[in-house]
Ligand binder design. Structure first.
Ligand code: PBG
Ligand code: ZN
Length: 329
């Protein structure tokens, strides 16, 4: 080495104690929202084959599963309904607004048992439409944006009535945030938070989720409404539009393949940003570890630290339920 002073960067990582002092901590469990699947009935706890450690619950077993994470400080829970085969599916997905639907009943149960836990609900129609798209199909086979709005607003309102503190519209319809805000306000739910899936991509990483929820489109794909990974400017405008429509929290989804856009959005808004670490990202690390390609704890920690570094305030992740095993120091 020549020159003075000698620059020795290793000085600042010379020991575990020095590193621990200088490193940013991983986000605590309070920054995590755990996404869960709820199905009707009692006593159900069905393992999801593509997502080891994750289950499809009925409302009663979900309450049990929440006990430990809630005691440990879980930030929130995000509910996805998996209606039974007996629930009628139609072109609009009208069963999504049933006040006695599985999501609405689960919200009431969770609010009664864990009054302090923020409960978020996914607001979409795809689990309830006969074709599996996120809104009704018009004659031409294209999803009818404006017809979807009315039903998304009704679904959101039914969740708020059940007690959800936050609704999370995920259909990627133009105007959905505004329509939901108007419906909530008109019914007096002025405090209900809207966490919009504002920049949601037509991603190949949703496979295990669609399997768990049975919500894959029967034909076609979602590229007519979800954002394109090859058009990042249009994807950022999606979040900007949702902010203008009154969203309280924005979202980038998936997280790991879109860290550039998460970082860009962080510079362009003062709203909180949630990053959705999706099912395929969870499965990818489980499979890599199972194949012996890496240590699960190490891979999970590194990936979540990347999401935090890119600027996420909130992380929606299936790892939330395994925080002690994989993320606790
Ligand atoms: C449905 C919805 C999807 C996800 C969340 N809400 C699937 C999709 O849009 O096809 C994906 C979540 C995940 O993969 O973890 N609107
Ligand atoms: Zn949908």
């Amino acid at each position: 080495m020549s020159g003075f002073p000698e620059i020795r960067l290793r000085r600042l990582r010379q020991s575990a104690g020095v590193r621990r002092m200088l490193d940013a901590p991983l986000p605590g469990l309070e920054k995590f929202i755990w996404p869960v699947f709820v199905a009707p009935g009692r006593g159900r706890c069905e393992a999801l084959s593509a997502m080891p450690g994750q289950f499809r619950y009925s409302p009663d077993t979900l309450l049990k599963a929440l006990e430990k994470p809630v005691a440990d400080g879980l930030g929130g829970v995000l509910l996805f309904g998996v209606p039974d085969a007996g629930v009628p599916k139609d072109n609009t997905g009208s069963a999504a607004v049933d006040p006695d639907g599985v999501v609405q009943r689960s919200v009431r149960a969770i609010r009664a048992e864990f009054p302090e836990l923020p409960v978020f609900t996914d607001v979409c129609l795809c689990a309830y439409t006969e074709h599996g798209h996120c809104g009704p199909l018009a004659a031409a086979g294209r999803v009818d944006n404006d017809a979807a709005l009315e039903w998304l607003a009704k679904a959101a309102l039914s969740h708020a009535r059940a007690g959800a503190q936050a609704v999370a519209p995920s259909a990627m319809m133009d105007g959905q945030v505004q329509a939901i805000r108007a419906a909530l306000d008109a019914a007096g739910f002025t405090d209900t938070i809207i966490m919009s899936y504002s920049t949601k991509f037509a991603s190949a990483m949703y496979g295990p989720f669609r399997e768990a929820e049975g919500s894959a489109p029967r034909h076609g794909d979602r590229r007519g409404y979800q954002a394109s990974s090859a058009n990042p400017r249009l994807a950022l405008r999606e979040s900007q539009l949702d902010e203008a429509e009154g969203a309280d929290i924005l979202m980038v989804k998936p997280a790991l393949f879109y860290l550039d856009l998460l970082a860009k959005l962080r510079e362009r808004t003062e709203l909180p940003i949630a990053a959705y670490n999706v099912s395929g990202e969870y499965a990818m690390l489980c499979d890599a570890a199972a194949a012996g390609h890496g240590n699960l704890r190490g891979m999970v920690r590194e990936s979540l630290s990347a999401i935090a570094r890119a600027g996420a305030d909130i992380i929606i992740s299936y790892w939330a339920s395994r925080y002690n095993e994989l993320l606790r120091d």
